[in-house]
Design a protein around this ligand. Structure first.
Ligand SMILES: N[C@@H](CCC(=O)N[C@@H](CS)C(=O)NCC(=O)O)C(=O)O
Length: 207
């Protein structure tokens, strides 16, 4: 069934190639939420962004009088404000487990990705190696369910898929021992909501 577009006054300040902004764009697309997207690049920050967010970072979400920053905070807010389709489990134990998985995704996968985005060739090789090894070691986690550790698309997929999308752009090719990761990635990339979450600059990150 096609997603129903919900009227909204929300504004998302979003980096054109920022994986964290991509996570929020994926959440918006999956839930069929319409938001005004303000594209932000490092040297072109709208003045009002610093009034809204003392760190001036993207993603930053504005919903009427509420300004939010911190990717996980924004994603959980959107999930609570627009409950359908749900991206977080309902019961406290499963919610805590999902947050723990997000914590691991941040530490183990976004950590090295951040080092690649920030640049510096010496560290880049180490970051590539760390990411390849960690994703390959996690292959089985991607093997048995249609989505990441879940029967349904969740906030965890909205975090993992933008990272996997960027791998070729940062010179990372996963080995065949990571076949389940590659298959998972293709399934998520094919989703209409994922395709709609991409900026033009992200679209050309993969051949
Ligand atoms: N902890 C923040 C980090 C956000 C962040 O560092 N975003 C980057 C872009 S991916 C950014 O805005 N960099 C520009 C800056 O720090 O001025 C979050 O989770 O949203």
């Amino acid at each position: 069934m096609a997603a129903v577009s919900k009227r909204s006054v929300m504004t998302l300040y979003s980096g054109q190639t920022c994986p964290l902004s991509h996570r929020i764009r994926f959440v918006l697309a999956e839930k069929g939420i319409t938001a005004d997207i303000v594209p932000v690049s490092g040297d072109n920050k709208p003045e009002e962004l610093l009034d809204l967010n003392p760190y001036g970072t993207v993603p930053t979400l504005v919903d009427r009088d509420l300004a939010l920053y911190g990717t996980k905070i924004i994603a959980e807010y959107l999930d609570e404000r627009f409950p359908h389709p749900p991206l977080m489990p309902v019961d406290p134990v499963s919610r805590a487990k999902a947050r723990l998985v997000l914590y691991r995704i941040e530490k183990d996968w976004y950590g090295p990705l951040d080092r690649l985005i920030e640049g510096g060739e010496t560290d880049a090789e180490g970051a590539r190696k760390a990411l390849i090894e960690s994703l390959t070691a996690s292959n089985e986690l991607f093997a048995n369910m249609p989505y990441f550790l879940s029967e349904d698309l969740s906030i965890m997929d909205c975090a993992v898929a933008p990272l996997l999308w960027r791998l070729p752009h940062y010179g990372i090719e996963l080995p065949e021992q990571a076949q389940a990761v590659l298959d998972y990635a293709e399934r998520i990339f094919a989703l209409d909501s994922f395709q709609r979450s991409l900026t033009d600059a992200e679209r050309v990150m993969r051949p």
